[in-house]
Design a protein around this ligand. Structure first.
Ligand SMILES: [Zn+2]
Length: 408
């Protein structure tokens, strides 16, 4: 964002002095880079810092750093242009100077901006345009790096960079694998699986049915039809559910300092992921809302919280026994429990989603032992959407479930 401020003469001339010396440092830095055939900031800085410091005794030393950075950027883009044959000079020419500032040289407050000069700090009181407040009030932060340029008539032009505050991901102490399915999302928390029902496929089919009944025999251009279709708000409602679920999972990971493990899903719809669906359009729609959009929502939320996400190879995650590494056989016709299979070697029972969770965890490098023959491995707790949509945390849901089990 650009910001122009008219300043008094003293401030302007203090900045003018900085600009002139900055230009000299910048030119020396460019020459050094060209002569030594380098565009590296560190190498340029190492090469010229001492002499520049001698030459510009009163100039705050950080201007030498920022001028070296400036030079490195200019040399980089000059190099790129030269490779494409788009340069007309032997070296990058410094026509206009925009002085680069770092967090030592610039202190940014809402009521005043302060900049280091040869004569100490100067203070500038800006009037921010509406667009500034729009960003600011949406939670964007002002980056510590900014630039200024001097214009005629004692006007300083600032370039302010807004950035979203994204916390740095931490070193994970554990893992939370997440398995996505057409009608549910499963997670493993403290080695305990839980299956959160989403009914995405069912809901998508429901909307499809409603859409058909609205449009059958009528034109989609009809105002009444348009209004009814809009009122379905399928996209909004589904996105809302995804966000809530993503938040529950990410919060759990954040609080236990864990990394989230997800399948690295392909962009195209793999046939086996949405079954019994002849209509390819509809299959794609289900795939998007249950798999790819869900995955993206979790990744986005994780980034917001600084939760690391590990993507692993998705092939055969549900068909290999996590204990014996042999095949798990599911009944071809589905039978009464279509998602439960039998291990070829140990003959123990497994729920498809639980198998995936353990295998995802293993693929991310966690080799914690897997409990053999526990009830959860073939009969994991299933939480209805009505329950988890209202829940504050996944841990609470699981504790509640355990209490209920004990009562029974
Ligand atoms: Zn087994």
């Amino acid at each position: 964002m650009k910001l122009r401020v008219k300043v008094d003469y003293t401030t302007y001339s203090a900045l003018k002095e900085v600009e002139e010396e900055y230009r000299e440092v910048l030119e020396d830095a460019l020459n050094y880079g060209l002569l030594n055939k380098t565009t590296s900031f560190t190498r340029i800085k190492a090469g010229i810092y001492k002499t520049e410091r001698e030459k510009h005794k009163d100039l705050p030393s950080h201007y030498i750093y920022t001028a070296c950075e400036d030079a490195s950027e200019r040399l980089d883009s000059f190099e790129k242009l030269r490779k494409r044959g788009r340069t007309y000079t032997e070296k990058p020419s410094v026509r206009r100077v925009t002085v680069h500032l770092d967090d030592h040289l610039l202190k940014f407050n809402l009521d005043r901006i302060s900049i280091s000069t040869k004569k100490g700090r100067v203070f500038i009181s800006p009037i921010f345009p509406k667009i500034f407040w729009e960003y600011y009030n949406k939670g964007w932060l002002i980056a510590s790096e900014a630039r200024f340029k001097l214009l005629k008539g004692n006007v300083v032009e600032f370039f302010i960079v807004f950035k979203k505050d994204e916390p740095k991901p931490y070193e994970p102490k554990g893992f939370i694998p997440v398995d996505l399915n057409e009608n549910s999302v499963s997670v493993l928390i403290n080695s305990k699986p839980v299956l959160l029902e989403t009914n995405t496929k069912r809901i998508t089919l429901g909307y499809e049915y409603k859409r058909k009944s609205i449009t059958t025999g009528r034109s989609t251009k009809d105002r009444e039809v348009k209004r009814k279709l809009r009122n379905l708000r399928e996209r909004d409602k589904k996105a809302d559910v995804r966000r809530k679920l993503a938040k529950l999972i990410v919060k759990e990971a954040y609080e236990s300092r864990s990394a989230i493990i997800l399948e690295d899903l392909p962009k195209r719809v793999p046939e086996h992921m949405v079954k019994n669906m002849k209509d390819s359009q509809l299959r794609l729609r289900i795939y998007r809302s249950a798999f790819s959009s869900m995955k993206n929502t979790i990744i986005e939320k994780a980034r917001e919280f600084g939760v690391p996400v590990i993507l692993v190879n998705p092939s055969h995650t549900s068909t290999i026994c996590p204990v014996h590494e042999t095949k798990i056989v599911y009944q071809p016709d589905g039978g009464t429990a279509p998602r439960v299979g039998v291990c070829e070697k140990g003959r123990e029972l497994w729920h498809r989603d639980v198998v995936s969770l353990y295998n995802l965890r293993r693929r991310a490098g966690d080799v914690s032992p897997v409990q053999l023959g526990s009830k959860e491995s073939h009969d994991p707790p299933i939480i209805k959407p009505g329950r988890w949509l209202r829940a504050k945390s996944l841990r609470l849901i699981m504790n509640e479930h355990k209490m209920n089990e004990m009562k029974v």
